[in-house]
Design a binder for this molecule. Structure first.
Ligand code: M6R
Length: 608
């Protein structure tokens, strides 16, 4: 999704803005632009394509000399990727410049209103209405104009704004799209995400919905919609700029795959004290945990896949019924939330628009909402009743890996913890599970040590047209994730099926030589999985089996077998996902694709 950076201070603004935008490239974009105060005028430069084009046009920003500006990377929603649609957008006199992340839902009616009042539009974007509305309401007081615009627009927005007659000042405002403010020695920043400014400061303010920012080189002021000044607390970010760099790896995705042992360890170990799971951050008493009658798990994309897998673990261990929903469906399906329901929303970014909407929907129906979130201070972290942070650190690659693994780990912790309190598992089993949770990071590390075989196999199948993933139970959950990982970065068509479903239609797609990856880590379902694999093999499929050490009979059926260490059956997804991530990565590399920035995708999906 679009990325915003703004700066005002004592250094040349454009090079800092371009550098900041480069740290937001992971969000996905198709054009970029800058507006810089130059000799009391606003100079706007826009380019289609990669940031490199903007860098070349401005000599890496050095050709623009001002000390105050806003920058933007655009991910097209309204209007094709083009120079004309790239941000910033301005009023006709070019005295107001705006960058925007989000969608103005009522832009058509606003456009008609503005056109009737003599405004002329140069782009196809929804954003341009903001520039003209600001112009219409502006009579020297930026706050007045901004609050009037806020009252007129519906939808989501994070805006960075410059007014030519307020030199040295950057204004910003947000509703349902992310925005932070950074306070640094060389000046002050606004940004869509922390990595953009981490090189300059760790001191940030999280801007809440409907809050307005006005900053110059030395001061930052926050206002509410009534233009009253408000106090905000500064947060110091604990990770450093290096954590958001590639650190010698060819891609962020590979680096993040390799960071998984640490990320899982960092998520699990602070919650295990003297052999017991301690989860005060859930904010629930033992009595409240015993009273839960139903759990709803909600997310999008891979976070949804975590929910799909976690359901098996949670239901098996706690005996609480679990419903799983895609956030985009939950929000509109008029859900029936019983009393004593717990809603768990899962999100890496904490800014996914559909997940935020589902959270709000659940809260408005009286449910208690627990957020499992990676980005500290993000919208979901702030709006959920309680938050369980996954300590994955910054995840830059669009394809999630370490965040997914830590979300799974967080769900295991909750499941085992609830099971103990509700006495649905024996004490001995509880301690075995806790012990095995502690072993997971080391076992993940072991799998990473054996990547060459997977790399070799991925090369062999890199020109496939279709690849299928099948599994039962928890292995169905991981099949979904393996398939998504592959398709999002390799662009190979792929589907994941519950292995028992094949006979009901999908098996007709199986033809000679097609790769089917059969995942069989669950002891109770192993034989049934082998039967399903034989079914596709006899129809010509080439079989890769993914199972645990010890299940060597897999080799009688599969053409190629990958083993992962044995673990408690409930936790097997955490190990099985690693070869699948590596497989997707190496297939995409063999196809020569941009693994970290797959086409059409954005890291943080802040629009519906
Ligand atoms: O930030 P979130 O966890 O809420 O993001 C949800 C999905 O957009 C995300 O998992 C997406 O599916 C990834 N590209 C998967 O790799």
């Amino acid at each position: 999704m679009c990325g915003i950076v703004g700066y005002t201070g004592y250094e040349q603004a454009a090079p800092l803005l371009i550098d900041g935008l480069s740290k937001l490239e992971y969000r996905g974009y198709d054009s970029a632009g800058l507006a810089i105060e130059e000799k009391e005028k606003l100079e706007v430069v826009r380019a289609k394509g990669r940031l490199r084009v903007l860098e070349e046009m401005t000599d890496n920003g050095r050709a623009l000399h001002g000390f105050c500006g806003i920058g933007h990377t655009r991910w097209a929603t309204h209007g094709v990727p083009s120079v004309g649609n790239a941000h910033p957008h301005c009023n006709a006199k070019k005295t107001i410049a705006v960058v925007h992340n989000g969608i103005i839902e009522n832009y058509q009616s606003l456009k008609e209103y503005l056109e009737k009042n003599g405004y002329h539009f140069e782009s196809e974007t929804d954003t341009e209405v903001i520039a003209h509305l600001l112009d219409r309401y502006y009579s020297g007081d930026p706050l007045e104009a901004i609050t009037k615009v806020m009252a007129r627009v519906t939808g989501s927005y994070a805006l960075g704004i410059l007014f030519q007659d307020h030199p040295g000042k950057v204004f910003a405002v947000r509703k349902d799209s992310p925005m932070i403010v950074g306070s640094a020695e060389q000046g002050n920043f606004i940004a869509s995400d922390i990595p953009a400014i981490l090189k300059y400061t760790k001191n940030v303010y999280f801007v809440n919905n409907m809050e307005i920012v006005c900053m110059d080189a030395d001061t930052i002021h926050f206002y509410n919609v009534d233009k009253e000044e408000i106090e905000k607390e500064m947060t110091t970010i604990s990770w450093n700029a290096e954590a958001a760099e590639k650190d010698g790896y060819e891609h962020f995705m590979l680096k993040e795959i390799y960071e998984q042992p640490k990320a899982v360890q960092d998520t699990i170990s602070p919650r295990i004290k003297e052999g017991e799971i301690v989860m005060e951050e859930l904010g629930m008493s033992e009595e409240e945990i015993r009273q839960i009658r139903r759990i709803y798990m909600i997310g999008c994309g891979s976070a949804y896949h975590v929910c799909m897998s976690a359901r098996y673990v949670m239901e098996a261990l706690t005996r609480i019924p679990v419903e799983v929903d895609l956030a985009s469906e939950f929000r509109y399906r008029d859900p029936i939330l019983e009393e004593d329901s717990l809603v768990i929303v899962i999100s890496q970014s904490g800014e996914t628009a559909d997940t935020i909407a589902a959270l709000k929907e659940a809260k408005s129906r009286g449910a208690r909402v627990l957020g499992i979130v990676n980005v500290v201070g993000s919208s979901i972290a702030r709006e959920a009743d309680n938050v369980l942070y996954t300590w994955a650190g910054p995840e830059i690659s669009v394809a999630t890996t370490k965040a997914y693994s830590t979300q799974l780990a967080a769900c295991y912790l909750i499941s085992v913890y609830f099971a103990k309190i509700r006495q649905t598992i024996k004490e001995e089993k509880y301690y075995d599970l806790v012990e095995e949770l502690k072993n997971l990071p080391e076992k993940i590390q072991q799998i990473l040590g054996d990547k060459e075989r997977i790399q070799w196999f991925a090369n062999k199948f890199a020109s496939s047209k279709d690849i299928f993933f099948i599994g039962r139970g928890l292995d169905y959950g991981i099949s979904l994730e393996g398939s998504l990982k592959l398709k999002e970065i390799s662009y190979i068509h792929s589907e994941a099926y519950a292995a028992g479903e094949l006979k009901h239609g999908t098996i007709s797609l199986i033809e000679k030589g097609i790769l089917v990856i059969g995942i069989a880590t669950q002891p109770d379902l192993y034989d049934k999985m082998i039967s399903n694999m034989v079914e596709v093999k006899s129809r010509g499929a080439y079989l890769m089996g993914l199972t645990c050490y010890g299940n060597y009979s897999m080799e009688d059926t599969a053409n190629f077998t990958v083993y992962v260490p044995k673990t408690e059956k409930y936790f097997a997804n955490s190990l099985a996902v690693i070869p699948l991530q590596l497989f997707a990565y190496y297939v995409a590399i063999a196809r020569g694709l941009d693994v970290d920035k797959p086409r059409n995708l954005a890291k943080s999906v802040t629009v519906e």
